[in-house]
Design a protein. Sequence first.
Length: 115
Amino acid sequence: MITIKSLDGKDLHINENAISMISGGAHTNIFTLDGPKHATAESPQALVNRLGVHFAKLTRPDGSPVWVKPSAVNVIREPISTEMQGNKVNAVIQVAPAFKQALREDVATASRMLS
């Protein structure tokens, strides 16, 4: 278990093996295998470093990084027309349990980075 301080100051005790994806922005979002999303003020890179588990660092359509646990990815595919966002989306991954993340990387690059 890892202790992470939520945005409201509460300690969250999360099984580090259940964390499937981490994204950053105004705050860090932590996605777990059982679905809940948790927000923390800790930087995503600091959290990834503290976890000690391998995460692939990929790029969201807005250019921000997203860290994905390779074993949590169920599907890597080409985007469909409604997911394109201009030329900014080149692949989409489905992360357990059913969260989709659009990526700037193409399918081949994302597959290589997640292997």
